[in-house]
Design a protein around this ligand. Structure first.
Ligand code: OAD
Length: 265
């Protein structure tokens, strides 16, 4: 349980956060599982979290897949099945509105550097940002929609359709795997470069619904601080990111983000 939110303090903090956003020409957002909590998806850590019922070593490493691909596929097929019935929540939609505000053609025309004014960097693999309508989404940990071959270059978006217990490649017949990043694996190189660039160039960095414990993603928060960006955290709880400074907006992102974006108009 998080402590009760002091609404007066929250009001002041929201005003300050809105001011920082208004002053920024370029904004980057880092999201984690918490932004999808109000859509009904479990986060990873904490009571009832995905990692409470499963050991990371059993379901989310290359070695786990080598040892017991059926177990790993059961875990990911269950998560894919969950996604058939969930919808984006007001937090996802507020981030679409934020992108609309910063990525307008006029704003881009004013920015002679040619840099993108907005990036939504996510650790989530649920596709809910895109479902809400976000356009520039950088998926650091891959996507549950996509599967790829363990032997050849076959990569395909299968949506959330039901897959066999051990799905096979249409090209070469070898085993498919989810196109997500497991522990001990590299992040997708180009996506990471774009995320690092967006972070280095922003004046305001929003951290939403992440415990900020998993690197390299969490390192973007320090990178943003290093370039002097204002860091704003939206989370009902204090996290390892909040302990390192910045402005905290304490509450669920489905409530806080719409209020924040509304203050920008
Ligand atoms: P975590 O489960 O570690 O953290 C979720 C965060 O969301 C916590 O800080 C919660 O306080 C917060 N939260 C809960 N409800 C919220 C709400 N309604 N609004 C806003 N915040 C809320 O999830 P992540 O930080 O995303 O990686 O985890 C990072 C990575 O660790 C994941 O991408 C995954 C995992 O292991 C891989 O699988 C590679």
């Amino acid at each position: 349980m998080h402590p009760p939110i002091d609404t007066d303090d929250l009001d002041v903090a929201l005003d300050r956060a809105a001011e920082r956003l208004r002053q920024a020409q370029r904004v980057a957002v880092l999201t984690g599982a918490g932004v999808s909590a109000e859509s009904g998806l479990a986060t990873f850590r904490g009571a009832g979290g995905l990692w409470e019922g499963h050991r990371v070593e059993d379901v989310a490493t290359p070695f786990a897949f080598q040892r017991d691909p059926a177990l790993v596929w059961r875990f990911y097929n269950a998560r894919r099945a969950n996604l058939r019935s969930v919808q984006p929540n007001p937090g996802h939609r507020a981030l679409v509105a934020l992108e609309d505000r910063f990525a307008q053609p006029e704003a881009q025309a004013r920015d002679v550097s040619g840099s993108e004014p907005f990036a939504l960097i996510t650790q989530n693999v649920d596709g809910l940002h895109q479902a809400a309508g976000s356009r520039r989404v950088l998926e650091l940990h891959g996507s549950l929609r996509r599967v790829r071959c363990t032997a050849c270059t076959y990569l395909v978006d299968r949506g959330y359709e039901e897959l066999p217990d051990l799905p096979r490649c249409a090209e070469c017949g070898e085993l498919l795997r989810p196109d997500v990043v497991w522990f001990e694996e590299m992040l997708p190189v180009e996506t990471w470069k774009e995320a690092a660039k967006a972070t280095a160039e922003c004046q305001c960095f929003l951290v939403v619904g992440t415990s900020a414990l998993v690197y390299p993603a969490a390192g973007l928060i320090d990178a943003a601080r290093d370039v002097g960006a204002a860091v704003i955290e939206v989370n009902p709880e204090a996290t390892s990111a909040s302990r390192r400074g910045g402005l905290g907006l304490r509450g669920p992102s489905g409530v806080i983000l719409p209020q924040l974006v509304q203050r920008l108009v």
